[in-house]
Write a protein that binds this ligand. Structure first.
Ligand code: TQI
Ligand code: CA
Ligand code: ZN
Ligand code: ZN
Length: 173
């Protein structure tokens, strides 16, 4: 079953058209257009299940949600740890911060079988769909096939919401 963050924080009814900015990209080699496409697909999966709408904007000052790649200690008390371990983290509503560990061997085209000289390839879209669930207020689920299950096999891809994810998000929005 799905869960919420303690206290059940959510985006309030007057904030259902959420804007996101991809702000810190210098630490990744993935190009801008590819990042925009991957995050747009990840947000669209949650939009399809709810009345929420998501739109990319250029500037963090216009955004409800900010997305960036960071290495090691990046000033929020949750330092990244190099390849594998923690891949990314997102804060609960209505904080909107979504950070990705720049040290991961991110794969943006879904081809997680591609060999990587850094170690295991990590599918960016799979992690984005999971972290957006956190940004919207979902905690972890006990259903192994759900997007919000707390582990994923390395080198695997999981981007489709499972019925448990849909029930969870529809109980909030
Ligand atoms: N990052 C953890 C996560 O997003 C951070 C975290 C741990 C967390 N406990 C939490 C966030 C409780 C909110 C509430 O779950 S992670 C996966 C998965 C991670 C893990 O880097 O370990 C994905 C990020 F589910 F596959 F294991 C994305 Cl998809
Ligand atoms: Ca890491
Ligand atoms: Zn962070
Ligand atoms: Zn999680």
């Amino acid at each position: 079953l799905y869960s919420y963050f303690p206290g059940g924080p959510m985006w309030p009814p007057f904030r259902r058209n959420l804007r996101y900015a991809i702000t810190a990209t210098s630490a990744t080699s993935i190009d801008r257009a590819t990042l925009s496409a991957v995050f747009a697909r990840a947000f669209s999966r949650w939009a399809a299940a709810t009345t929420l709408k998501f739109k990319e904007v250029a500037s963090a000052s216009d955004a409800d949600i900010t997305i960036g790649f960071y290495s090691g200690d990046h000033g929020d008390g949750e330092a990244f740890d190099g390849p594998l371990g923690t891949l990314a983290h997102a804060f609960s509503p209505t904080d909107g911060r979504f950070h990705l560990d720049a040290a991961e061997a991110w794969v943006a085209n879904g081809d997680v079988s591609s060999a990587s000289s850094f170690g295991a390839a990590v599918d960016l879209e799979s992690v984005a769909v999971h972290e957006i669930g956190h940004l919207l207020g979902l905690g972890h689920s006990s259903v192994p096939d759900s997007i919000m299950y707390p582990t994923i096999r390395t080198g695997s891809r999981k981007v489709e919401l499972e019925s448990d994810d849909v029930l969870g998000i529809q109980s909030l929005y």
